[in-house]
Design a protein around this ligand. Structure first.
Ligand code: ZN
Ligand code: ZN
Length: 576
């Protein structure tokens, strides 16, 4: 039997097809159809296999009959005839050449036809040998530019984590906000939308005096290369290869610009369509009446949305996943906020691999305004993390009870554990131990690459155990490098709902697991969600903002997240 492809692999095939069609000079609509479906599949909270089995492939947004057949063919055979036919004309290696800045489909085909170039290394070699400059439409200048782009590409291959981008963005923006003539400024783009990985940073400032701001920006000590410096836009590269664009706009246009540069692209497209229906064209500067007339300027984002007959939409929702319809109907969810959070249910201390004592963690938690916490150190078989034997678990209980007595009633401290789901599927403590722990989190840390049936069965075994309250970082992904385990999420969600086991959004920016799409689907099924920081030190608590952004991207309301509950409600749920 052919190897079964997962969602991500199928999305990659469609993306490559879009690239190949682009190289062929196909019409843009056809290219976009593949591009969009690749993106949809990549973020789909359900398995294509499961959808195919239910005959529901064509219910996926943007998937018609033709694409549904192609997905089925890929699922059944692991191959796609259409792809192989295309590959006869356009070598798949050629698509990577398109990633080089300044090389569009026309040039890529020119290099291929004239010089047989079908990869970036081949392109680099040809440029170094001076072979490109004599081709039609090329010159030594454009040849040098291509070499430069290839070097830049090598530096910035991967996307960075949200926290890395956020910290870099704040560090760049903060000094600019102190400059004279600056009225306001924001981080825009995917950082503002809280995506788990970031491709580049967008900053926006309102001012009538852009030049000194641009000057300060490009000379920030973190800047390693100036990519461009202008009056309205400047671009720089940071040491880690991250690109950062700053735009300075007049204050009366700030709202339009902020909405435009926050994105997403798809959300903006929908806003433009809505504007057109109202006889307006919309770009980053203003609304302009289609029939002619004066521009409509918006100094703030709510004004932009009001112009479209909509309430302001939180940035985390701006992904064209139905938020505009909800807004139009006045039924946008009241999204969870940091201030709704009363508890953190997952953290480590010096009893396992944490850096601080139980008392220190309690003290910091109280300072941060929490009203209850769960200490959840690692269990015995996680030797690398100094996991707790049953005896040490009992000894820890004494200490936690003492700290609880000291901090109550302003902060309650409970004893939990982050229990290993062992590679053989068994749990790390027997029921005789689990029953006296206040809270049990079960997590996968090993055997994440096991086949789907095996790794899913392990997780299901934990979910079904009546003592297990929460599944920690359910899919086991690490950002940006480690793919999630190949879990049957339909089965996981089904069991979690049946057994009332909560699933975690682990707020660590290395995890953000569940991701937004899965958390949304879980909550829609009525599964309880926990947003926990998994802190290993005092700084760890600051990760809460990333978990909350992920929860907001999932459209979660406060009541759907158990960390917002009163301690009484939480204890009542545990007792059930
Ligand atoms: Zn863990
Ligand atoms: Zn942990």
């Amino acid at each position: 039997m052919a190897q079964t492809l997962n969602n991500r692999q199928i999305a990659d095939v469609f993306d490559t097809i879009a690239d190949m069609l682009q190289l062929k000079g196909e019409i843009i609509h056809r290219i976009l159809a593949y591009r969009r479906v690749a993106e949809t599949i990549r973020e789909l909270p359900r398995d294509l296999r499961a959808l195919a089995a239910e005959d529901k492939l064509n219910e996926i947004d943007g998937v018609g009959k033709v694409l549904a057949e192609k997905i089925s063919e890929l699922l059944e055979t692991g191959e796609l005839r259409f792809y192989h036919e295309l590959a006869q004309e356009i070598p798949p290696g050629l698509v990577e050449v398109l990633r080089v800045n300044g090389v569009g489909p026309k040039k890529a085909m020119l290099f291929y036809k004239e010089l047989g170039i079908a990869s970036i290394p081949a392109l680099e070699a040809a440029a170094q040998a001076g072979k490109l400059r004599n081709l039609s439409g090329m010159g030594s200048k454009s040849e040098a530019k291509i070499l430069e782009s290839i070097t830049a590409l090598a530096r910035r291959t991967n996307r960075v984590r949200l926290d890395t981008a956020w910290a870099a963005a704040e560090k760049l923006l903060r000094p600019l906000l102190q400059l004279p003539g600056v009225i306001q400024g924001d981080i825009a783009g995917s950082v503002r939308r809280g995506k788990s990985t970031i491709g580049d940073i967008d900053l926006l400032i309102a001012s009538y005096q852009p030049l000194p701001i641009m000057e300060a920006f490009v000379h920030h000590p973190d800047v390693t290369r100036i990519l461009g410096q202008g009056e309205t836009k400047s671009s720089v590269e940071l040491e880690n290869g991250l690109q950062c664009d700053l735009r300075v706009v007049p204050p009366e246009r700030y709202g339009t610009a902020l909405s435009y540069f926050t994105g997403s692209k798809d959300h903006n497209t929908r806003l433009r369509e809505r504007a057109r229906d109202r006889g307006l064209s919309l770009n980053e500067w203003a609304f302009t009446p289609l029939e002619g007339g004066a521009e409509v300027l918006c100094a703030s984002e709510p004004e932009v949305y009001a112009q479209l007959g909509l309430p302001w939409i939180p940035p985390e929702l701006r992904e064209d996943r139905g938020e505009i319809d909800l807004a139009a109907q006045g039924i946008l969810p009241r999204l969870i906020e940091i201030k709704d959070i009363r508890a953190d249910l997952h953290m480590h201390t010096t009893w396992s691999d944490g850096k601080l004592s139980v008392r220190d963690m309690a003290w910091i938690a109280r300072e941060r305004g929490l009203s209850y916490i769960v200490i959840s150190d690692h269990s015995q078989s996680l030797g690398v993390a100094n996991g707790l034997s049953v005896e040490r678990l009992r000894a820890q209980r004494e200490e936690i009870r003492a700290v609880d007595a000291e901090f109550a009633p302003s902060l309650r401290v409970f004893q939990g554990v982050e229990m290993e789901i062992r590679a053989d599927g068994s749990l790390d403590y027997g029921d005789d131990v689990l029953e006296w722990l206040d809270v049990v989190i079960a997590s996968l840390h090993s055997g994440l690459r096991q086949p789907r049936e095996q790794v899913t069965a392990r997780l299901l075994n934990a979910i079904r155990n009546p003592h297990v309250d929460i599944i920690g970082h359910p899919r086991g992904q690490m950002i940006p490098d480690r793919e999630p385990a190949d879990l049957d999420m339909d089965a996981v969600f089904g069991a979690a709902r049946e057994h009332d086991t909560a699933l975690e959004i682990n707020a660590s920016p290395y995890r953000l697991d569940l991701d937004d799409a899965h958390a949304r689907r879980a909550a829609e099924m009525g599964i309880k969600i926990a947003v926990n920081t998994d802190s290993h030190n005092g700084d760890g608590f600051t990760a809460l903002r990333y978990g909350i952004m992920t929860a907001r991207r999932a459209g979660l309301r406060p009541e759907e997240v158990i960390n917002t509950w009163s301690v009484e409600s939480f204890l009542a749920w545990l007792r059930q």
